[in-house]
Each structure stands twice: as structure tokens, then as C-alpha cells.
Design a protein around this ligand. Structure first.
Ligand code: CP
Ligand code: NVA
Length: 326
């Protein structure tokens, strides 16, 4: 059933119903099929889209740009050193200026309050492309991939392993609770998610009989998992904590031994990317134990990380079309 999301923001998914999330996922699948069939969309013709980035990005930036161009919109990249936001101009003033020029605004950055402020004052739809607290467009791509690989979301056993209180853990927990999954956060106790958010998610979970488990027990946490998901151990802006996180999270590395503990030979590996899975990158050369996933699992038949990366464009397109399209 179609849902009218016109004019709505997409900030944390807390205010989206399960039906709306279903609708965005089905629209994403349709837009992917259309693209594969060579059908060009024109749903965002004449729209101008501002893309504000305080933090770096490969997937999110490119997905927004490609999705805009595919649907006939004009994307404008606004990097942190390109605009006055934060240095000479407040969030409220920036929002009121951009809202008079653009039809939609994407924000990626540090404080979640910034994207909330833009949403409050811009007067046009605002989409969260990642903040310190949440990364909701990524969750749509993750769930679209689960649908493609497993055929359903309801009842899927989804184990998120690693930094249990970062933006991915938070957003996956919100989404999984709304979509009726058996969701586990497997992390050391010092990296458990905030109690208040867990409480909110347990409320969301009631509507679709979801289950939420927060545990530091790796064996129990990944047992029977259909999906194992991980993310970097230190998120953007936390680089100085890398040595401490390596010590804490080394036992939580996703590797063959962890996959064996699932007891499920068809367990799928997901990762939002970028991932440390070998020591070829600059940071991994500096910290050789930084890998949250072994190269063996990352490159194995279990991994759907690149399908998931591609799905960023289809899901982001769905969010823009649904909230802004004709
Ligand atoms: N997954 C993700 O958001 O990647 P980028 O940081 O490259 O945008
Ligand atoms: N938790 C990661 C996600 C990157 C897509 C970060 O914030 O750096």
C-alpha cells in the first residue's frame, strides 16, 4: 500500500511506522528494477538538492548525487569548508537560507541536533546522511539487502557485533525493533547502547513482536544468526580512541570462528563500509589489529557488503522521491 511521506523529514526513523519503512523498501526495490531495465526516472525534475557534509563520505555522497541525477534533480555539494555554517552562521540562519533556495537538504555531520535544527527551520525535507547518533539511510540499504538475500525481515535473527553504541548500532536497533526482528547487540558492556534508547526500542518492538537482546556473550549473541553485521571500532571523530577500542573489541572481530558459532552455514555478513579487513590502508598500517572483520569473511561468499553499498543509491532515491517527488 502506498504511503504519503511528502514533505516529511528522514532523521532517525523513530517517527516512521513499520508500514512506512516497508513502503520505502518496496519503492527502493522498484527503483532498482527500473534502473536495471534502463527506465529513466523523472520524479525529481527541476528540484535542487543541497548536500551538506561536515564529515567525509564515499557512499552517501555518491548515492545522493547519482540518485538526484537519475531522477532529474540538481545536487549541490557543500563541504564543511565551503559554507559559513558553524563558523560565521548558525544552524537556524543557514536552514532559513538554504530552505529558500533548495527543495531538499541532506546533512552529514557530528551533532544530531544540527540535522534536527535544519529540519526545524528549513521548511523543506531534510534527510540525515549520518550523525554521531544515527545513520538511518544506511539501515534502509541494509534491510533492502536482507530482503533480497533472505526474502523477509520479520523473524530474521540479526546480530550486530562490535561498538554497540555507535550510530549504526543505534539505527539498526530502531529499524530492527520496528520490523519485527530478533535483534542482538553483541558488545563489551562498556560499549552497550544508551539505556534510554534501548527502552524506546523495546516499546517499538512490541508492535511487531521484535526481540531485542544486548549481551557481551559472543556465543549466545551470534547463535542462530541469519545476519552478522559489524562496523568500524572507532567512528569518524573518535580516531584518538583507536588503541583503546582495539583492546576492548579484539575478541569481537567477525571471523571464521565467530561464523562457526552461529551454527548457520548460510549466515550472511553485512557491513555499512568503509571496513578494515586487511592492513592495506593508511590507518590499518598504523594499527595492524584494527580489523573488525577478517579478510577471509569479508571476501567470502557470505559477504553482501557491496550489494549493500549499491543499495544505498536505490534507498536514498526512494527517500527523496517519497518525500519530495511529484
Ligand atoms: N556507509 C557509509 O555511509 O559510507 P560513507 O561514509 O562512504 O558515506
Ligand atoms: N560508525 C561509522 C559509520 C560509517 C558509515 C562512522 O560513523 O564512522
Amino acid at each position: 500500500m502506498p504511503f504519503n511521506l511528502k514533505g516529511r523529514h528522514f532523521l532517525s526513523m523513530k517517527d516512521n511506522t513499520p508500514e512506512e519503512i516497508d513502503f520505502l523498501l518496496q519503492l527502493s526495490i522498484k527503483l532498482k528494477q527500473d534502473k536495471y531495465a534502463g527506465l529513466r526516472g523523472n520524479n525529481l525534475a527541476g528540484k535542487n538538492i543541497a548536500l551538506i557534509f561536515e564529515k567525509p563520505s564515499t557512499r552517501t555522497r555518491c548515492a545522493f548525487v547519482v540518485a538526484c541525477v537519475d531522477e532529474g534533480a540538481h545536487p549541490e555539494y557543500l563541504g564543511k569548508d565551503d559554507i559559513q555554517l558553524g563558523k560565521k552562521e548558525t544552524v537556524k540562519d543557514t536552514a532559513r537560507v538554504l530552505g529558500r533556495m533548495f527543495d531538499g537538504i541532506q546533512f552529514r555531520g557530528f551533532k544530531h541536533e544540527t540535522v534536527e535544527g535544519l529540519a526545524q527551520w528549513a521548511g523543506v525535507p531534510v534527510w540525515n546522511g549520518l550523525t554521531d547518533l544515527y545513520h538511518p539511510t544506511q539501515v534502509l540499504a541494509d534491510f533492502m539487502t536482507v530482503l533480497e538475500v533472505k526474502g523477509r525481515l520479520k523473524g530474521i535473527t540479526f546480530a550486530y557485533v562490535g561498538d554497540g553504541r555507535n550510530n549504526m548500532a543505534n539505527s539498526l536497533m530502531i529499524g530492527a525493533a520496528k520490523m519485527g526482528m530478533d535483534f542482538r547487540i553483541v558488545a563489551p558492556a562498556s560499549l552497550f547502547p544508551a539505556k534510554e534508547l534501548v527502552g524506546e526500542c523495546r516499546e517499538f518492538a512490541k508492535e511487531r513482536d521484535a526481540k531485542i537482546t544486548i549481551t557481551d556473550d559472543i556465543g549466545a549473541g551470534v547463535k542462530g544468526a541469519d545476519i552478522i553485521y559489524t562496523d568500524v571500532w572507532a567512528s569518524m571523530g573518535e580516531e584518538e580512541q583507536i588503541p583503546e577500542r582495539i583492546k576492548l573489541l579484539k575478541p569481537y572481530q567477525v571471523n571464521r570462528s565467530m561464523f562457526d558459532k552461529t551454527g548457520n552455514s548460510e549466515c550472511t555478513f553485512l557491513h555499512c563500509l568503509p571496513a578494515f579487513h586487511n592492513t592495506e590502508t593508511k590507518l590499518a598500517k598504523q594499527f595492524p589489529d584494527i580489523c573488525e572483520v577478517s579478510d577471509e569473511i569479508f571476501e567470502s561468499r557470505h559477504s553482501q557488503a557491496f550489494v549493500e553499498a549499491e543499495n544505498r543509491v536505490h534507498t536514498i532515491k526512494a527517500v527523496m522521491v517519497a518525500t519530495l517527488g511529484r
